[in-house]
Design a protein around this ligand. Structure first.
Ligand code: KMT
Ligand code: NI
Length: 179
């Protein structure tokens, strides 16, 4: 299963795990409360996978494309990585399926702490519209991911602060009350 943890405060290399010492793991249950959902699939059969087809059909993920993030494969690699690591939100869900390599998705919890979600081949995730998040490669510097979308894809990212958006307010209201 995927592993997630609260990040430490060090601002060294973003591609390192940045676990706290001792590690403070975050469960799938906690991620669900934030609106983050995860599936484990067999990436070797992604081109004809009934399990993937079912998720896509049930959730309306009609659009898909594949992005390879590697310095020799992705145009403007450095700029894009920098952009992906800026804290941002989207007006739609961000749905990604890791077909090869690995990556980290960082999401803010309800108390504004960074949670790092470790994604490897076969991991699929959906981040809800309005959640603040960012993306980085791991120390392997390579990932191939399917990007899915409900309807026509909109890649526009709004860097924080983006609190005035209706989708942000709606997202905050969707969080369970804590304390
Ligand atoms: C985003 O918006 O954070 C991204 O598209 C991340 C890179 S896609 C594997
Ligand atoms: Ni994003």
């Amino acid at each position: 299963l995927i592993e997630a943890w609260f990040m430490d405060d060090s601002d060294t290399d973003q591609r390192m795990p940045h676990k706290r010492n001792p590690n403070e793991p975050v469960s799938l249950e906690e991620l669900k409360k934030l609106g983050v959902f995860h599936w484990k699939l067999d990436a070797d059969i992604y081109e004809a996978d009934p399990a993937l087809e079912k998720i896509r059909k049930d959730r309306g993920y009609a659009y898909s494309d594949i992005i390879t993030i590697h310095k020799d494969k992705l145009p403007n690699y450095e700029d894009k990585l920098k952009m992906f690591f800026e804290e941002h939100l989207h007006l739609d869900d961000e749905i990604r399926y890791i077909l090869d390599g690995s990556a980290y998705f960082d999401v803010r919890d309800s108390e504004d702490r960074w949670i790092r979600i470790s994604m490897a081949k076969g991991d699929m995730i959906t981040l809800p519209a309005g959640i603040y998040h960012r993306f980085t490669l791991t120390e392997t510097n390579y990932t191939k991911a399917m990007r899915l979308f409900v309807g026509e894809p909109v890649w526009k990212a709004y860097n924080r602060p983006a609190d005035e958006f209706e989708i942000r307010k709606r997202y905050l209201k969707s969080l369970p009350v804590t304390g």
